[in-house]
Each structure stands twice: as C-alpha cells, then as structure tokens.
Design a protein around this ligand. Structure first.
Ligand code: ACO
Length: 162
C-alpha cells in the first residue's frame, strides 16, 4: 500500500508554506503506515526507549491512531518526527487543546532547524484544527529550544508510573 491511503491523516492539512521552507531534498508529510520499516522507531530512540515493534504491532498501533478521527497528527521529515494530539475539553466552550509529543531529530541532523520546523508545522496543523492552546512536557535541558520555538514556562509536570 502506498499513496494517500496509507498516511495517518490528510496531507492537505499541512500548509504548503511549511513544506516550501524546507530544502527540496527534504520531504515533510504525515506518518506513513510503512514508516516502521523506514527507521521511525530508531529515530525515536533519541527521545526514549523505543524497542523495535513487530510489523503487526506497528500496523496495529498505526491503525489505532488512524481510527481516531481528528485526533492524532504525526508528521515526519525523513530524519525527524513529531506529533500533535488534539483533545476536546468540556471547558472553554468545548475547546480544543493540542498536546505536542515525541519530537525527535536524528543525532546527525540536530542543530539544522528541523526541530523548529517540526514544531512550526505542528502548530499550523493545530491551528487548522481550531486549538486555543498547545502544551507540552520537556526536560530542563530542552527549555531553551522550546523558548526559541515561542513557548513559555507554565505549571509543572507530574508523573506516576503504573
Ligand atoms: N539547548 C539550547 N538551545 C537549543 C537546544 C538545547 N538543548 N536545542 C536546540 N536549541 C536551539 C538551537 O540552537 C536553535 O537556536 P537558534 O535559532 O538561535 O540557532 C533553536 O533552538 C532551534 O534548534 P533546532 O536546530 O531546530 O533544533 P534541533 O533540530 O536539533 O531539534 C531537539 C531540537 C528536538 C530537542 C533535538 O535536539 C532532539 O531530537 N533531541 C533529542 C530528543 C528530545 O529531547 N526531544 C524533545 C523531547 S520533548 C517533547 O517531545 C515534547
């Protein structure tokens, strides 16, 4: 399967201006069902533990995300990726909040503004969906990166591993 029907979401939701500012050698697109075979999990190891999944597990996860309409938007630029997950609230007149997750740029490509480009594109996708704010959790070391992306510090993250 290849073409638009194996993409996580409709590529027209990514504004053309986001792709145009990349070099012509880099393709910006939604996650593809076959990206498990193209190093998606290896890329995520810059972020956290991301053991290889069987083809079936990768496909099941991809299909689960795709079966939730207007919720999971994962984009890739071959050597980098990131997601925005759209959450509908009861507050703010049933407002939408975007959660940015799993931003990863492969080690050899870091420092070339690909992280910034991923964030800018996810913001545009979120804006297109009508979110009123975008939030994310990050390490202290990554605060300067997100500040350069226009984010500011607010609140604290809590976690409980189950
Ligand atoms: N400390 C200080 N400044 C930084 C840092 C940092 N750790 N990282 C990037 N910057 C600055 C850059 O110098 C640049 O500044 P400039 O515009 O003045 O030149 C600006 O931020 C944009 O940097 P990019 O080149 O776009 O950053 P890059 O492509 O390397 O991506 C990222 C940054 C995503 C943090 C990358 O280093 C990475 O993948 N790290 C490992 C995984 C990770 O920590 N991901 C984020 C997890 S948090 C989350 O997913 C919500």
């Amino acid at each position: 399967m290849s073409g638009a029907d194996d993409l996580l979401f409709d590529p027209s939701l990514i504004p053309a201006s986001c792709s145009e500012s990349l070099g012509s050698d880099l393709e910006l697109r939604p996650l593809r069902a076959s990206d498990g075979d193209r190093g998606h999990l290896e890329l995520l190891t810059v972020l956290t533990v991301a053991p290889k999944l069987s083809s079936q597990s990768y496909a099941d996860t991809f299909n689960h995300l795709r079966s939730c309409p207007n919720t999971y938007f994962t984009i890739v630029i071959i050597v980098s990726c990131g997601s925005i997950i759209i959450e509908r609230k009861f507050v703010r007149s049933s407002g939408l909040v975007g959660h940015i997750e799993d931003i990863a740029v492969s080690k050899s490509m870091q420092g070339r503004k690909l992280g910034l480009k991923i964030i800018n594109t996810l913001e545009e996708v979120g804006r297109g969906q009508g979110v009123y704010k975008i939030i994310l959790d990050c390490s202290k070391e990554n605060i300067p990166f997100y500040e350069k992306c226009g984010f500011k510090h607010k609140e604290y993250e809590m976690v409980r591993y189950i």
